[in-house]
Design a binder for this molecule. Structure first.
Ligand code: AMP
Ligand code: GLY
Length: 423
């Protein structure tokens, strides 16, 4: 099979690494890719916003299958255009990608199909939203409707904070994403991420993960795209996974199909495990970054036929086998992230991969023959272990061998799981 992978982050490096191990693979291209991905794929300098150019490239190289990593091209309809050109594609249609692209869309789906989630209302202007907040009281959650790079959510512990967040949204803090606002009940519990494939009819549960969104140790400081993650998530017991499939995933698949938006791709469900059980916080329609890195380390099966089955409606014919081991990833970021940071700082050394540990590239580039950091999140040091404690020790031992002066990381990724394992 000839495969084209779209994207350039740590998630795509993990996907490329795993796809490259498939005996079914003849050739792997990545657009635009990164220096880590170039170990496994031929990089192509395509502008992925130019769908015609992507299609022309795929035709020229006789690509059999395109895997779309990030959400932006999905929300822009790249998967629709590729499929219309007769190219099998992993990733949902533009219409189905609204599950991530519009929080209001997802909340309405939950209401229609009885999917457990926080009570909510949608607003197109500030005054009625504020009225609702005053009536409900704090804590309460304010969300910009559209894609806001993970920054459009305010969990307001006071009414004043909630009112200010509403003003921020309608004053344009999140651009067009904030033109509509969802106000949602605060859910109390432990968070977990659940990954599940669907081809529009069948579901294949993958695995669970937990991430660390805050920049600082002890889960403090501003939110980021994720400073680390581990899998599995201890709170997602087999019974909880079963309830999630039945109460959340299955009604989503049948509801989306009924509404004329069949979903094909990966559900990345953000869950709150409350006293009542699993409740949906949000859907993403692509693998998590860095959650994908820990999932790929744990996946024993060949990834390529699983993704292909998802894209071609034959998911009932495949299975996914997982290692019992835990996996944990530590994100190395540029000093200053998630605020301003220097670009093109030199990375002097990245340790060699072993069976149990590997560094994925997220925001790197080659400049004058040397490796430099170009992004906020730059490297993902990922390790396996019999326990989260062991995976954590291995990941930090490798992290300490990375030579990059402008880098920093959290030192406590996986702390909840490690504390649990001590008991
Ligand atoms: P989201 O971008 O929707 O995943 O929200 C970002 C983060 O805000 C989540 O990971 C949760 O930690 C928190 N959050 C979102 N919605 C709620 C809610 N209804 N109750 C409590 N926390 C929430
Ligand atoms: N790590 C969170 C995300 O990929 O959205």
């Amino acid at each position: 099979m000839k495969v084209l992978l779209i994207g350039s982050g740590g998630r795509e490096h993990a996907l490329a690494w795993k796809i490259a191990q498939s005996p079914l693979l003849n050739e792997l291209y990545a657009a635009p890719g990164n220096p880590g991905i170039s170990d496994h794929a031929t990089l192509v300098a395509l502008n992925v916003e130019d769908h015609a150019a992507v299609i022309a490239f795929a035709k020229e190289k006789a690509i059999d299958f395109v895997v779309v990593g990030p959400e932006a091209p999905l929300v822009a309809g790249l998967a629709d255009d590729l499929r219309a050109a007769g190219i099998a594609t992993f990733g949902p249609s533009k219409a189905a990608a609204q599950l991530e692209g519009s929080k209001g869309f997802t909340k309405d789906l939950c209401a229609r199909y009885d999917i457990p989630t926080g009570a909510y209302q949608r607003f197109k202007s500030a005054e009625p939203a504020k009225g609702y907040v005053r009536a409900q009281g704090a804590p309460i959650v304010i969300k910009a409707d559209g894609l806001a790079a993970g920054k459009g959510v305010t969990v307001a512990m006071t009414e004043a904070e909630a009112l200010a967040a509403i003003d921020d949204c309608f004053d344009g803090a999140f651009g067009a994403a904030g033109a509509e606002v969802v106000v949602e009940a605060f859910l109390d519990g432990e968070e977990a991420s659940f990954f599940c494939l669907s081809d529009g009819k069948t579901a294949l549960a993958l695995a669970t993960a937990q991430d660390h969104k805050r920049v600082g140790d002890g889960d403090t400081g501003p939110n980021t795209g994720g400073m680390g993650a581990y899998s599995p998530a201890p709170v997602m017991t087999p019974a909880m996974v079963e309830r999630t499939m039945k109460e959340i995933i299955e009604p989503t698949i049948s509801g989306m199909a009924k509404d004329g938006n069949p979903f094909s791709g990966v559900f990345f469900a953000g869950l709150m495990i409350t006293a009542k059980g699993p409740e949906l916080i949000e859907y993403n329609v692509r693998f998590g970054d860095p959650e994908c890195q820990v999932l790929m380390m744990r996946l024993k099966s060949d990834l390529l036929p699983i993704l292909y089955a998802t894209a071609t409606g034959t998911l009932d014919k495949v299975e996914a086998e997982w290692r019992d081991d835990a996996a944990l990833t530590v994100v190395l970021a540029s000093k200053g992230y998630p605020g301003a940071y220097d670009k093109n700082t030199p990375i002097a050394h990245i340790p060699e991969a072993s069976e149990e540990a590997k560094v994925f590239h997220a925001g790197t580039a080659l400049k004058d023959g040397g490796l430099v950091a170009t992004g906020g999140r730059v490297l993902n040091v990922t390790a396996l272990g019999k326990t989260v404690t062991e995976a954590q020790a291995r990941a930090y031992a490798m992290t300490d061998k990375v030579e990059w002066e402008n880098g920093f990381c959290r030192r406590d990724i996986g702390w909840q799981a490690v504390a649990r394992e001590k008991v």
